[in-house]
Design a protein around this ligand. Structure first.
Ligand SMILES: Nc1ncnc2c1ncn2[C@@H]1O[C@H](COP(=O)(O)OP(=O)(O)OP(=O)(O)O)[C@@H](O)[C@H]1O
Ligand SMILES: [Mg+2]
Length: 246
């Protein structure tokens, strides 16, 4: 049996209502899942179904109301802020729709930044390897403003991979890219899974979702369906069912 990277049991989360007297709004309504080391899992579902909130809870970025989240063997609710931050730095990488690169730093400097901030030794060879792995070695000295959207997202992924995280969360990483460029970025994420590294991808693109080993369909803060060996057609069917059952 492959070891578990993340597992949740009965995970629930609410947000405050709009007004001070409004009841809290339930967003995650009892989610139990397991993501194994080396596995790539996609999460799909309608807008507002709780996909981003789920990622934030899994990554220890948001507190939850009930249930458990275990990340790399630690129960997140039992950790104080400092320990949680260290656990995140050691194990977790995040790729977002917006690339969040620092405009005044070159691609190389952007990629080295998280390690510097974590006071880790940054070896030039590691940065070179990350730049080459994402195919922008020739753009290393350029600032983000002089890179295409696809190259900026590759730099953002290299920045994550340079920290050698055990798990990469990607929330709509191709949301601001054209289809061909987005395809390259997805293949890069697909290739970074395996050999002990897990990838969790949130996407509205059902073809992209089908690149994963497993697809979870979220609806109203619950896992409505789960597909192993997904194909674009089977993901589409499952998402259509989730809509029809609404
Ligand atoms: N900080 C917050 N405060 C209050 N409500 C929130 C907050 N963040 C999210 N929500 C609500 O929680 C629900 C789930 O939001 P979430 O962002 O997780 O959805 P999503 O599935 O990622 O949607 P999308 O596909 O549009 O990104 C939504 O109804 C949203 O309005
Ligand atoms: Mg979202």
């Amino acid at each position: 049996m492959t070891e578990s990277m993340i597992s949740t049991a009965g995970l629930r989360k609410t947000f405050p209502g709009a007004g001070r007297k409004d009841p809290r709004v339930p967003v995650l309504n009892g989610i139990s899942l397991e993501i194994r080391a080396g596995e790539m899992v996609s999460i799909v579902g309608p807008s507002g179904s709780g996909k981003s909130t789920l990622l934030h809870c899994l990554a220890g970025l948001e507190p939850y109301d009930a249930g458990s989240v275990r990340l790399a063997g630690h129960e997140l609710a039992e950790l104080g802020r400092g320990k949680l931050a260290r656990l995140r730095r050691r194990h977790v990488g995040f790729v977002l729709q917006s690339f969040n690169l620092i405009p005044s730093l070159t691609a190389r400097e952007n990629i080295a930044l998280p390690a510097r901030l974590a006071r880790r030794r940054v070896r030039r060879a590691d940065i070179d390897r990350a730049l080459t792995a994402v195919g922008i070695a020739d753009r290393a000295a350029h600032r983000p403003g002089h890179l295409s959207g696809g190259q900026q997202q590759r730099a953002a992924i290299a920045r994550v991979l340079a920290m050698r995280p055990d798990i990469v969360f990607a929330d709509e990483p191709t949301g601001s890219l054209d289809t061909a460029t987005g395809g390259d970025v997805l293949r890069l994420l697909r290739a970074s899974a395996g050999t002990g590294r897990s990838v969790v991808l949130v996407t509205h693109d059902l073809e992209a979702a089908a690149l994963a080993d497993r697809v979870l369909v979220l609806r109203d803060g619950l896992i409505h369906a789960e597909l192993s060996a997904p194909t674009p057609g089977r993901v589409l069917d499952a998402v259509s069912h989730a809509r029809a059952d609404a």
